[in-house]
Design a binder for this molecule. Structure first.
Ligand SMILES: Cc1ncc(COP(=O)(O)O)c(C=O)c1O
Length: 705
């Protein structure tokens, strides 16, 4: 049977290369912490390994023969800045893994470092006395000791390796090659020495040690001791790159660097004697590096991006959909009404009309109000194009009102001014941007004062709370409220939308409009032989006073905006989790608020609304000019770390179609100022704590660059 090898620190340079190097010989499980990657031929699992129980359970789950423990906090700077984290990762985690491996009789290979010495010697042996000079070295040394104390037959490997890194993680050799290929000059230390080894060579030797049953400390390095500068020149020569671009500098010239050893070279005599072998020389290793390029980790590891928003599906959702597929009606069945009732009850409205998407909901709301040519509708430019498009669909004119800089919603003061300045405003379409409700009491006062209809665009705001503690969508301040159930929204239907209302006439009209404007003659009880009063062609409809069984009547020019029972089955099941979703979103938003509080050049927005918002998205303002990076570059760098981000929104008036209609962003200075610096970062129910930490640390790192 193939041996099973479990590798920790899965997204790191060493782990991913290790997996690739052995996956044709062994069954490999690459254990990830927060970054998600895919690598063909390798099984991927995620675990946080915070304590011994988690280490034990991951071994129980996978039953490996060997664990290669590569996970570690390897940044010398981070270890100095964050000693507790260095202790947790480099010492406590190593101890827990060792204890778990020992108790389950699993062979452990613990990867250590060449960083442990600082005396004026070279080619340190396994017997040399370590003298760690920084917190990285100190914690790695402690980690070694814990491993050997807790797992008698563990192998501890001291090494310094190079190889192709994935796109998000450059190795030392990548740094040299990438810069020289781009014609950029680099500085390399001529007075720091090491004995680096190609990862493949390292992996081969370690598996020989495992297979021969060795344990204890082994240096697995090359024979050649050379400076970092000499390494760079040798590598550049092998790849025919310009060595004149490499500047030899001294480590003494670098101020503010955490203290580092000048000689990290290790002796591989013990290794070569134990295995009765030689280690390939560096030229041969560079040659192999060159040959590996196309099939390397660089091209094989695919980094899964943490999106800015995402749905969450559980088994109940799947069963609910499958039930409909097995025995239900696929469309125009009972699930639609069940969903409508569930949402209407939840938000506290009398009626709900489910439709195919949020845009359809807005369009039908416009139609139900009988808005048309010559009518104007006041709305905000800080929205998705769907809001104002729905107004254009019915030939009315969107009149944009600038936003308030703190809520990012329509500016109520400017709204009144706009109403006064234009003669034909018939309705207000406020958007609860990012889930933060508008001040609906004030909007309603204005609507009453000027006799205007109100339609809330609550695409972001399922579960959000008005200032009187009631739920958005109860329509106490509006004629209708429109929701969207696109997967990034509060709940997912695949695609879906709903209009809630308390007005029976609007409800009837909307129901007809979503299905071609057709009625079957008995609105309350379709299919029942008694006709209601709304029929136009009564003579045609009735036979002996009874509704004809096949009769239907088109009263408006409606659309097919129906939603299916399949979608509603999913949405009904999702509604059972809506409070859970909302609570987690709020928690994440508050965590981000804290993490970025008083951090310069980044400002979380809408923070005043944490107890009201449904937290559809988390928006921050970043001073891109100040950090010397464009928003595109910033997003690109985040993506390289596996983090998605988005901009909500390009102001509608900036869209060419709207510009063509004569709208200009200059008239909306607050929206424009907000747009210049805004970024939405990941926020969704399934975002793990580890992923949040990664988002925060990656952003902070970019802000500090
Ligand atoms: C504010 C706003 N209104 C309306 C919509 C349209 O919803 P749907 O995508 O379901 O058509 C969206 C969708 O993103 C939105 O963000």
């Amino acid at each position: 049977m193939q041996k099973k090898v479990l590798i920790t620190g899965g997204s790191g340079l060493l782990a991913a290369n290790w997996a690739l190097s052995i996956c044709d010989k062994y069954e490999v499980i690459l254990l990830l912490h927060h970054k998600k990657i895919s690598l063909s031929g390798v099984n991927i699992d995620t675990a946080s390994l915070n304590n011994l129980d988690e280490c034990l359970s991951i071994l129980d789950k996978h039953q490996p023969d060997v664990v290669i423990h590569t996970a570690g906090l390897t940044s010398v700077e981070k270890c100095e800045l964050n000693p507790n984290l260095a202790q947790e990762v480099n010492v406590d985690l190593a101890k827990n893994i060792a204890t778990a491996c020992s108790s389950q009789d699993v062979k452990l290979v613990h990867i250590s470092t060449d960083h442990l010495f600082s005396s004026n010697q070279e080619l340190f042996s396994e017997q040399s006395t370590p003298s760690p000079i920084n917190n990285y070295a100190k914690t790695k040394l402690k980690g070694e000791q814990k491993v050997l104390e807790n797992c008698k037959n563990a192998l501890v490997i001291r090494t310094n390796f190079f190889g192709w890194g994935a796109k998000y993680r450059q190795s030392f050799s990548d740094f040299i090659l990438n810069n020289l290929k781009d014609g950029k000059s680099i500085d390399l230390f001529q007075d720091v020495f090491f004995t680096p080894i190609l990862i493949d060579e390292l992996v081969g030797k370690v598996h020989q040690l495992i297979n021969t049953g060795f344990n204890g400390i082994f240096n697995v390095v090359s024979n050649e001791r050379l400076s970092k500068y000499e390494f760079g020149v040798k590598l550049a020569n092998c790849f025919n790159l310009d060595i004149d671009l490499i500047n030899a500098i001294s480590i003494n010239d670098k101020e503010n660097l955490v203290k580092r050893p000048k000689d990290m070279s290790l002796s591989n005599v013990k290794l070569c004697q134990a295995l009765d072998c030689k280690v390939a020389n560096l030229d041969e290793q560079f040659q192999s590096l060159k040959e590996q390029e196309s099939s390397s980790v660089l091209n094989q590891v695919i980094l899964d991006i943490i999106p800015y928003g995402k749905h969450y599906i559980d088994e109940d959702d799947i069963c609910s959909v499958v039930d409909v597929l097995r025995c239900g009606m696929l469309t125009q069945g009972p699930k639609v009404a069940e969903f409508e009732n569930k949402v209407a009850n939840y938000v506290g409205a009398k009626y709900g009309v489910a439709v195919s998407n949020g845009t359809a909901a807005l369009h039908l709301a416009c139609m139900a109000l009988e808005l048309g040519k010559g009518d104007e509708v006041a709305t905000s430019p800080n929205t998705f194009v769907a809001t104002s498009n729905s107004i254009l669909y019915i030939d009315a004119k969107p009149v944009f009102v600038d936003i308030d800089s703190s809520t990012l919603n329509i500016d109520i003061n400017k709204l009144e001014q706009t109403i006064l300045n234009s003669s034909n405003i018939k309705a207000i379409f406020p958007i609860h941007f990012a889930g933060l409700p508008c001040d609906m009491e004030k909007i309603k006062q204005l609507a009453d004062k000027y006799n205007l209809a109100v339609v809330e665009d609550a695409a972001h705001a399922l579960g959000a709370i008005y200032s009187d503690d009631s739920k958005v969508g109860n329509c106490q301040y509006s004629d209708m409220t429109c929701f969207s159930f696109h997967p990034v929204k509060g709940i997912a239907a695949g695609e879906g939308g709903m209009i809630t209302t308390n007005d029976a006439l609007l409800y009837r009209k909307l129901t007809l409009l979503r299905s071609h404007g057709i009625t079957k003659g008995n609105f309350e009880f379709p299919g029942v032989s008694e006709a209601d009063d709304s029929l136009i062609n009564k003579n045609e409809a009735l036979e002996n006073g009874e509704l004809k069984r096949w009769y239907y009547e088109m009263q408006y020019l409606g659309y097919n905006y129906r939603i299916t029972d399949i979608q509603c089955a999913l949405a009904v099941s999702q509604m059972d989790k809506v409070e859970l979703f909302l609570e987690r979103r709020k928690q994440i938003a508050k965590h981000y608020d804290q993490a970025f509080e008083s951090y310069s050049n980044i400002k979380p927005l809408q923070t005043q609304g944490r107890n009201q918002s449904s937290h559809h998205i988390y928006v921050v303002s970043i001073d891109f000019a100040k950090i010397g990076m464009s928003r595109h570059q910033f997003m690109q760098k985040l993506a390289e770390q596996g983090i998605g981000s988005q901009v909500h929104y390009i102001p509608v008036v900036n869209q060419p179609y709207y510009q063509e209609l004569g709208y200009e962003i200059e008239q909306f200075p607050t929206t424009n100022a907000y747009y210049q610096n805004t970024l939405s970062i990941p926020l969704y129910y399934g975002l793990s704590n580890a992923e949040q930490k990664l988002v925060v640390s990656s952003i902070k790192e970019l802000l500090n660059k």
